[in-house]
Write a protein that binds this ligand. Structure first.
Ligand SMILES: Nc1ncnc2c1ncn2[C@@H]1O[C@H](COP(=O)(O)OP(=O)(O)OP(=O)(O)O)[C@@H](O)[C@H]1O
Length: 263
């Protein structure tokens, strides 16, 4: 990844060209095939598709960390800017034995040049409290000392988002960030992501199997099936004029759609 400069006009862009991902070994299986994706700075793009279609692996290839036993077998991934990642399950992403404030502060320290001394920790705590406010966690001073199990699912996901923000990312990769939450809380987390997108000019790649969620937050979307992008374009165009039978099936499963003039 290239170093980030403040005057870099393409900060927050992603260009994936002919990406192929496969299992390692003799009987290698292709899991993602010749995938092309261009994400422009400051947009929210949705990657939608059924379970196993290759969304998470694509996201991980963009992050530069594929699981053991899986390799990038072709193509290139070019990312301009810093990347933060939000995972589906906040409980799994957080250390159950560590206070949430410290987890955020440690992420600040790990991504800064402050070092790990006393003064650095004071500054990191201050920044962690700011991040807790940024993700709208109530009473940050008090909650700084709480453990993950003391928070609700939605609040835990806000902590995970704060940890991702500690890297001062240009790009936020979100892998099913609301799937583990109930519907009302899902909506609150989606609104937070939209606010952060505006406030911090974040580029967001939003992976979900839920077309309704993607259509609510993403201006552009790509539909994946069996390791390939089969259709992509502005969200409303894809929803109103789907070209592929699979996309039509996804749409039929979440009717009714928003009116074109409501967006
Ligand atoms: N570590 C792994 N080892 C072997 N195969 C894997 C591994 N991770 C993913 N796969 C396979 O790669 C394919 C794509 O997986 P991926 O997790 O990207 O799908 P997905 O669209 O994100 O699905 P889900 O919504 O269920 O997470 C699937 O067939 C999956 O079984």
């Amino acid at each position: 990844m290239k170093p980030v400069r403040d005057d870099n006009p393409v900060r927050g862009s992603i260009t994936v060209s002919n990406l192929s991902i496969s299992t390692r070994g003799k009987s290698s299986t292709c899991l993602v095939e010749n995938l092309n994706l261009v994400v422009t700075p400051g947009e929210i793009i949705g990657l939608v598709g059924e379970s196993g279609s290759g969304k998470s692996l694509t996201l991980r290839a963009i992050l530069g960390i594929l699981p053991p036993g899986i390799q990038q077998s072709g193509g290139t991934v070019n990312v301009e800017g810093r990347v933060g990642m939000v995972f589906q399950d906040p409980l799994a992403a957080l250390d159950p034995l560590e206070k949430i404030g410290k987890q955020i502060a440690d992420s600040v320290l790990a991504n800064s040049r402050l070092g790990w001394g006393r003064e650095a920790r004071v500054q990191a705590k201050k920044r962690a409290l700011d991040l807790m406010s940024a993700v709208r966690l109530p009473q940050p001073d008090e909650r700084y000392h709480w453990y993950p199990h003391q928070l609700s699912g939605g609040q835990r996901q806000r902590v995970v988002i704060a940890i991702a923000l500690a890297t001062s990312p240009d790009i936020l990769l979100c892998d099913e960030p609301t799937t583990a939450l109930d519907v009302t809380v899902q909506q609150q987390v989606l609104e937070l992501l939209q606010d952060l997108h505006v406030e911090r000019r974040l580029t967001i790649v939003f992976v979900s199997h839920n077309l309704a969620v993607v259509s609510g937050i993403c201006s552009r979307m790509a539909v994946m099936s069996h390791g390939k992008i089969i259709e992509s374009g502005p969200t409303l165009e894809v929803l109103n004029h789907p070209q592929e039978q699979y996309t039509r099936m996804l749409i039929d499963s979440v009717l009714p759609l928003p009116d074109e003039d409501q967006k």
